[in-house]
Design a protein around this ligand. Structure first.
Ligand code: PHE
Length: 459
């Protein structure tokens, strides 16, 4: 079967950046930064990206591009059939697993864009935003309808193929996302009191930095760059032979970090404008769907045209960010089933979509009719979230770095990285050093922290 490639280098970078830029950039990074020492956290975060994010991203790119195969096959090929092949399969599984709950949140962003554009938030008292959100997610069918629409859009893009689906949509959506983010940030910065918000985000406060901060920064860098779930490896399998791997990885990391910082520019000025203390809000859904809709109305004029535009664009931004990430996750699984089981792309994609429809719906319903179904006291959504984020991701990342640093043939690595000797690779030794020592150790610590084993061992 003829295998498609991305048509251009910029398309390849935008697609990978689409995978990286997601909910994590907007609903976690800014708050985490503000609460953990502002610029101090950003500096640590950037160091984490340089020291372990980039080496692992480059390795994933390299394995994908070298093999031109889905992630499971890619690892099977580079591991010569040794047990390391399981790392690839694990990546495919992790990606698929994450997708099952990621789509649920993607669907919420659509609902909130709809509520914003219809000016439903006008004159809602501040304390009712929590109820609006809780009633929505517990509704017996409404979130499911949005979920199916969201999955439908992903499915459409995937079935169009690599070039006319993924690449074309990334070329359209990523610049759109960027301009919307710039527009919102500029609007927000023009608000009275914005300087306090920017200070909260940017003023370095090293007194807030401790070992947990560093571990958080590592975990965030890892998640934000979409590492260890097969996404980057799968996308890189569509890279052309002349695509520069290290440079593309740097570009993706830069775009991802810029958008994350910009999200802070969007959120904090309006928060300070209404006198809300960002230290008191949580991250994630509570911030995005409870605090922020209120903040936007208050800061821009309750029910005003500006509030409608701002709020709508904000949820549209989240929607696009979630969509491009979800597409990358779907592609991991689609490439896997089509190539491993010799199915036509349409059929393979339909199979993946069907599983996501079922499991996604169950996750979505776990806030409502299925809220009684729990495992270790968590609903289904949280089980998927925790298991993938706390266990599968760090474990996968650690294995990839060990594999790339210790097992993968060094000459192969260098050849591929330099595109057959064409590009200079002065950073090669450093890269290998990080893959061998720094990354596995650092991720190991994140793993211990995220699973709670740290606290347990230190008791
Ligand atoms: N990188 C994405 C984000 O920042 C997260 C993601 C997870 C993307 C899983 C793809 C797959 O939100």
């Amino acid at each position: 079967m003829e295998r498609e490639n991305f048509g251009s280098k910029i398309g390849a970078v935008l697609a990978a950046a689409g995978s990286a830029v997601g909910l994590g950039n907007i609903w976690r990074f800014p708050i985490e930064t503000g609460q953990n020492g502002g610029a101090a956290f950003i500096i640590i975060y950037v160091l984490c990206i340089l020291m372990l994010g980039l080496p692992i991203m480059i390795s994933e790119f390299l394995i994908g591009r070298y093999t031109h195969a889905n992630t499971a096959a890619a690892f099977r090929i580079v591991s010569n059939g040794s047990p390391w092949k399981w790392v690839g399969r694990m990546g495919v599984f992790t990606g698929w697993f994450i997708l099952c709950y990621y789509v649920v949140v993607g669907a919420w962003t659509m609902h909130y864009a709809f509520l914003s554009v219809t000016n439903t938030f006008a004159d809602v008292p501040a304390k009712e935003y929590g109820d609006i959100f809780n009633n929505f997610v517990a509704h017996p069918w409404l979130p499911t309808v949005w979920l199916w629409v969201f999955i439908g859009v992903i499915h459409y893009v995937i079935t169009r193929g690599v070039q006319s689906g993924i690449e074309k949509s990334a070329k359209l959506m990523m610049p759109t996302l960027f301009f919307v983010a710039v527009f919102l940030a500029v609007c927000s910065i023009c608000l009275p009191g914005a300087s306090q918000g920017l200070a909260f985000l940017l003023k370095p406060d090293w007194s807030k930095v401790d070992s947990t901060t560093v571990l958080d920064a590592m975990g965030q860098a890892f998640y934000s760059l979409s590492l260890a779930m097969g996404c980057l490896c799968t996308y890189a399998s569509y890279f052309g032979r002349t695509t520069p791997l290290a440079k593309s990885a740097v570009n993706v990391a830069v775009i991802d970090t810029l958008i994350a910082i910009m999200a802070g520019f969007i959120i904090f000025p309006s928060m300070f404008n209404i006198g809300m203390d960002p230290n008191e809000v949580g991250v994630g859904a509570g911030l995005t769907f409870v605090s922020l809709p209120n903040v936007f109305q208050q800061a821009l004029g309750d029910g005003s045209f500006l509030a409608v535009v701002f709020s709508t664009l904000f949820y549209f931004l989240l929607f696009v960010a979630a969509l491009t990430s979800a597409i990358s996750l779907h592609e991991v699984a689609t490439a896997y089933v089509t190539e491993e089981f010799g199915m036509a792309r349409k059929k393979g994609a339909a199979l993946v979509t069907a599983t996501i429809l079922v499991l996604g719906t169950l996750c979505s319903l776990s806030f409502g009719p299925l809220s009684g179904v729990t495992l270790f006291g968590r609903n289904l959504f949280s089980v998927f979230d925790d298991l993938s984020g706390r266990i599968l991701l760090p474990l996968g990342g650690m294995l990839i770095s060990i594999f790339a640093g210790w097992v993968l043939d060094r000459k192969l690595y260098r050849d591929e990285l330099s595109n057959g000797g064409v590009l200079k690779t002065p950073y090669f030794k450093l890269l290998v050093f990080s893959l061998r020592y720094i990354a596995p150790l650092a991720i190991g610590l994140v793993f211990l922290e995220q699973t709670g084993l740290f606290a347990f061992l230190l008791r």
